[in-house]
Design a protein around this ligand. Structure first.
Ligand code: JCF
Length: 660
């Protein structure tokens, strides 16, 4: 009986290992895999006579692939023991205290990045080899690919480096890069990656390094392998500082903490910031800081005794598909959405997930009744990673995509050069009309207080408004004819609409919902045009002289302003008294000093600097007490750290855009 159970578990784990490591296509979420693994470990511990050499518990990782040459690690590449609860973390601390005969131990805590472990070998300061972990003893030679990763130095800085230095760390794909890569693959109908870890693995395992070079991979160091000709510093923190001095990237999040309670507090704070971090993490790593103490503690088979991975809840969970709906977006694009049996994913209840487009729905073959793996990360819409085929009910039938617009019955057409399909009815389609209206009155647009989706729904369904201009012609009686609208609400709505007539050009421009014109582009355009009328007369040449406006955006603007419907709308809005006040933008940020650091997704350094200077701000390169604001994009490093220490106001990209 027990033997049978053990064998079944091993077989399951083996299949999941293959799907995860070899195919880069995991079938179940990590936490379910962990459960299988723990269960096997438990049974084997209770019945050691059934342990065999080929049990997955008896090796560190997966077998190396055959395409790449094998590399024998001169020092074993370690993994980490796991803890899943605060109690297990405290147990770890108790073990340390007992073995070291100390009551409080200094540990370094850092995020556990969800990527791939790598060993970089530098000989006489030159990068000569990069190898994956493989099974811990031997990995794959991926040197050519790793050389394309820009954050990895090909030669070390300075000259006081060891003859031989092996740096261990994590290669990963930052979330932004991952989403951009998937978005691009989605529009062209290519297969998307399940998560950043898989994308990083797939990118690193390319036989053609030219492909790897195009992928947004990054690296952070967290340890050493073989070292010759150098006396190691006394602590982990000093090792990190030394690596940094040699030009290797290290985490800005690593902190020296006194005792286990401080570690748990750190973990709690980091877990709260998880979604905002630029990379996926699957936990927190704690390490004894003092290397002499580390040596005293030593290792167990696959992991050091002086380190622990405190795992966070998985960002993937499985649940069931209750229905599949096709939604029509503001621009008419059709998006299939799965309605799910609600499931808690890393602290947030998820009850629907996007299937992106017909192509992806078909490729993943998601069916009503299927058990699926759902992924939620950050504020991105949850998505379906894959179907657990072994749990598909026999009654499941493939989903049939509607042949015409599911809302208005209008004809569908493929978006040029993309796989996206859109309803061609434009504002005649109630779904598009409703969303255009909702967008127009939204907070960043004309900000009409109190006019929510439920009211817009009624206005459109009753045929009371066709365009956004019609909102301003509604009378008190019109409003009172709606459900949920009493006297006070009706008066408030009329007042809110009247108020909204006095607005700014960026808001109005954004409110029109022109493709490609988000709030920051609208702001940029507004800095070059007096009003909407002037912008509508601008030629392609005029538009392209604006730094930050490219061909695609210019085309979208021209198309929009050329349409007779839109021309009529703009004239109507003008007659209704919608006015854009001229703000003296030159004065807005006069006297303020800004420092820019990290990468912004929507503009480059020059554009951001120009936008600030246009508003009268000064942009300087170094953080000092005189700095008013630090604008911190992705992968911000030492400047962010310094600004935090000086207590300077820090703006992330969203807040920076709002400010502009
Ligand atoms: O970020 C990580 N995934 C990570 C992995 C960080 C560490 O400090 C590690 C690790 C694996 C092994 N340290 C060891 C010893």
């Amino acid at each position: 009986m027990i033997k049978q159970a053990i064998q079944t578990l091993r077989q399951q784990i083996k299949q999941h290992d293959y799907a995860y490591y070899v195919l880069d296509a995991p079938q179940i979420p990590d936490n379910e895999y962990d459960q299988l693994f723990s269960e096997l470990q438990r049974l084997e511990q209770q019945h050691p006579k059934f342990i065999t050499l080929d049990s997955p518990t008896q090796r560190v990782g997966a077998t190396p692939l055959t395409q790449f040459a094998s590399v024998q690690h001169r020092q074993k590449m370690l993994s980490l023991s796991n803890a899943f609860t605060a109690d297990e973390v405290r147990d770890f601390a108790l073990r340390l205290q007992k073995q070291l005969k100390q009551s409080v131990i200094d540990c370094v805590a850092e995020p556990k990045i969800d990527g791939l472990a790598i060993s970089l070998r530098y000989e006489h300061g030159q990068l000569v080899q990069a190898a994956t972990r493989g099974d811990g003893n031997a990995g794959e030679n991926v040197t050519q690919n790793v050389r394309t990763i820009k954050s990895i130095p090909l030669s070390l800085l300075g000259d006081a480096w060891p003859q031989i230095l092996e740096v261990r760390g994590e290669i990963f794909m930052p979330k932004k890069g991952f989403h951009a890569l998937n978005q691009q693959r989605r529009t062209t109908g290519e297969k998307t990656f399940a998560n950043p870890r898989n994308a990083a693995a797939g990118s690193l395992r390319q036989l053609d390094a030219k492909i790897t070079a195009q992928r947004p991979l990054d690296f952070l160091s967290y340890g050493l392998g073989e070292v010759q000709g150098f006396t190691l510093p006394a602590s982990y923190l000093d090792i990190l500082q030394q690596l940094k001095a040699w030009g290797l990237p290290i985490s800005v999040e690593a902190r020296l903490l006194h005792g286990i309670d401080a570690c748990l507090t750190y973990a709690q704070a980091l877990a709260q910031r998880r979604d905002a971090l630029p990379y996926d993490i699957d936990g927190i790593v704690y390490k004894v800081n003092d290397l002499a103490l580390q040596n005293q503690l030593g290792f167990i088979a696959r992991a050091p005794r002086w380190a622990l991975a405190h795992k966070l809840p998985g960002q993937e969970q499985s649940t069931q598909v209750e229905a599949i709906h096709v939604q029509v977006g503001r621009t008419g694009v059709l998006t299939p959405v799965a309605q799910l049996k609600p499931v808690n994913i890393a602290g947030v209840m998820v009850s629907s997930a996007t299937l992106h487009n017909a192509n992806e729905l078909q490729r993943k073959d998601v069916r009503v009744g299927d058990t699926v793996v759902v992924r939620r990360a950050g504020d991105v819409i949850p998505e379906i990673v894959n179907v657990v085929l072994s749990k598909r009910p026999p009654s499941g039938v493939p989903f049939v995509f509607p042949p015409c617009c599911p809302v208005c019955g209008g004809a569908l057409a493929q978006v040029v050069d993309q796989v996206a399909i859109r309803c061609t009815a434009g504002s005649l389609c109630p779904a598009q009309r409703k969303q255009a209206l909702a967008h127009f009155v939204s907070r960043d647009a004309l900000d009409v207080n109190g006019l929510g989706a439920a009211l817009i729904e009624q206005l459109v369904d009753k045929g009371m408004v066709q365009t956004v201009a019609d909102l301003y012609t509604l009378t008190l009686e019109d409003w009172l004819s709606l459900d949920l609208v009493a006297d006070k609400t009706a008066h408030n709505l009329l007042a809110a609409l009247e108020n909204s007539k006095k607005t700014t050009l960026p808001r109005l421009l954004y409110a029109l919902g022109i493709p490609e014109i988000g709030l920051s582009t609208a702001t940029l355009l507004s800095q070059h045009c007096a009003d909407l009328h002037q912008l509508s007369q601008a030629s392609a040449e005029n538009l392209l002289t604006i730094k930050g406006i490219g061909e695609v955006t210019a085309r979208c603007l021209l198309d929009f302003f050329q349409s007779p419907d839109n021309q009529r709308l703009i004239a109507q809005l003008h007659h209704l008294g919608i006015q854009t006040e001229k703000i003296d933008i030159k004065q807005k940020l006069a006297g303020k000093t800004f420092v820019l650091t990290g990468t912004l997704s929507q503009m480059n350094r020059q554009q951001a600097q120009a936008a600030l200077e246009n508003l009268g701000a000064k942009v300087s390169t170094n953080v000092s007490k005189k700095t008013d604001y630090l604008v911190a994009g992705d992968n911000a490093g030492s400047k962010l750290h310094k600004a935090q220490q000086l207590g300077i106001k820090i703006l992330d990209e969203t807040r920076f855009n709002q400010l502009l």
